[in-house]
Design a protein. Sequence first.
Length: 279
Amino acid sequence: MLEALIKERVFAVLLGGAAFAMFVIALVSGFPRLKDGASIRIAAPLLPPQMTLQGEGREAEIILAAFKAAGVGKPVEFHIMPFTRHWQAFLSDQRLDGVTTVPQDIQIKGIRSETYIHYQNGIFYRLADFPRGLAGEALTRIAAKRIVAFAGSTSVLPQVREVSDKARLYIERADQLSHSVMLQTGFVDVVIADELIFNFYTRELLGDGFQTYARTLAFEPVFCPTAYQMVFRDYELRQAFNAGMAVIARNGELDRINRKYALAGAIARRGSLPGVCGR
C-alpha cells in the first residue's frame, strides 16, 4: 500500500518539477514591472517551509517582522529561485536590494547583516542501514554510501568535502523534493539536508503515509547549526533590518515565529549536536 502511494506521489512530484522549471524560465526572463523604489526586492531561495514559492514561511516571517519592527514602510517583494542561484542573481541584477540566506563563509559583495536565522543541517538515513546510528563517526560511516545533498553543500558545510570524493555516489541537487524521492525509492542511502526542509518535502510526498515511513528513518544533527545573514546594497536598509531584528528578539516575536515552525511528528532525531557547537 505504501509503495503504491509513493509511486502516485512521485508522479505528482515529476509534474511539479516541470512546473517549477517553467517558473524558473519565466523568472530569468525578467522581474514584474514595478516603479523604482516601489518595494524592497529581495532574492531568496525556494526552501519550504523556510521560504515558499509564494514568499512565505519561517524565514520570510522573520524578515518581514524585522522590517515592520524597524518602521520600514515599503512592501517587501521576495523573488524566489533555486538555492545558490539567488546569490548569483543579487550580484548580477542591480534591481535587487538584498539577498537572504547567505552563510558566513560565502563572500558576496554588499553590506552584511547580523545573523537572523539558523538552519539545522544533518544526515537522514534508513534505520535498517545504520541500526546503531552513526555513533559519532558520521562522515566516516557514510563515506562509502550513495549520497544526495543540497546544492552548495560543500560550500556551506566544508566537512562534506571529506566524503564528496570518496562516496560511492555523491550528487547535489537544488530541488530538495527530489531528495525525498531518491531516498524512498532506494536511489540513495543518505540525504544531507536541513531538518525542517526534508521533513516538509517528505510529508508533501507521502501525505497520510508519512508517519509510517518516518518510523523507518532517522535524522542525526551531525553539523553545527548554520548561521545565515542577509546582504544589502544600501547601508541604511541594513541598519534598519538589524535594528528590527534586535526588537523582535527582545519582544518575543522571533521566538514565536520559530516555535510556530517547530517540528511535530517528524522523523526521529538520533544523537546530539557536535560538542564544538557554540565555541
